[in-house]
Design a protein around this ligand. Structure first.
Ligand SMILES: *Cc1c(COP(=O)(O)O)cnc(C)c1O
Length: 223
């Protein structure tokens, strides 16, 4: 068990002036670690894998706000639809329609972020700018999802200026989408950017939700 409460408090101190919120990314980590951070006051946790999230949610306090941040397959939406608060990784109209359908079955509205491809690596998922607008054209007809903002992952690089440029580009798109589709409304306000290595840059470039794992829970040992 290795929750780093010093880092936790430091992250909170760093995000507070920006009025951003922390998503504690707990993928691969045991429920004991999540409980430890919960006991320190954290309520928003992010997970990447459907089965793992469903298992953990059943074993942890009910007032945790669960965010799904990993790549999501349509046929698995039904397992998290009863309880998930926000899905950060919407990357197609098909997926959004399925989330809407499953949310309706539970009389819920699930908050969704559109994941935008901003990095220069080919391995990352996400929509192009043109695809963002295509999804938005369809989204208005779906009453059980609310598009709450955009999510993006910057390139995995030491080049801070490149990271900053990628975050800045996403923020510009966010402003444009908000003006064109939401009349500047508050319901479209989230910019989910920033991980352990780049969250300070993300905050400077307008992040409202930082997704931080290894700084809080230690390195992940994939087996
Ligand atoms: C794992 C993950 C994170 C957290 O990464 P750290 O570098 O451990 O902070 C954030 N966002 C997404 C989408 C992830 O998959």
């Amino acid at each position: 068990m290795a929750v780093n409460l010093t880092n936790y408090r430091q992250v909170l101190a760093n995000i507070t002036p920006y009025h951003a919120r922390l998503v504690a990314v707990s993928k691969i980590k045991p429920v004991e670690d999540i409980q430890a951070l919960y006991d320190a006051g954290q309520r928003i946790f992010g997970e990447n894998y459907v089965q793992e999230l469903a298992d953990k949610a059943g074993r942890l306090p009910q007032d945790i706000e669960w965010h799904f941040i990993g790549h999501l397959q349509r046929n698995k939406v039904k397992y998290i639809a009863p309880f998930v608060s926000m899905i950060h990784s919407v990357d197609s109209v098909n997926l959004l329609q399925e989330i809407n359908k499953q949310a309706a079955r539970h009389n819920r509205v699930i908050h969704c972020l559109l994941q935008v491809f901003i990095a220069t690596e080919e391995t990352k998922f996400g929509l192009s700018e043109a695809e963002v607008y295509e999804v938005l054209e369809q989204a208005g007809a779906l009453p059980n999802v609310r598009i709450a903002g955009l999510m993006g992952m910057a390139s995995n690089t030491d080049d801070e200026e490149r990271i900053r440029k990628e975050f800045r580009g996403l923020r510009a798109l966010h402003n444009e989408v908000r003006a064109r589709y939401f009349s500047g409304a508050e319901s479209f306000r989230e910019l989910s950017t920033g991980m352990s290595g780049d969250y300070k840059i993300a905050l400077e470039e307008g992040s409202t939700l930082v997704r931080i794992g290894s700084l809080l829970f230690g390195a992940r040992n994939y087996v």
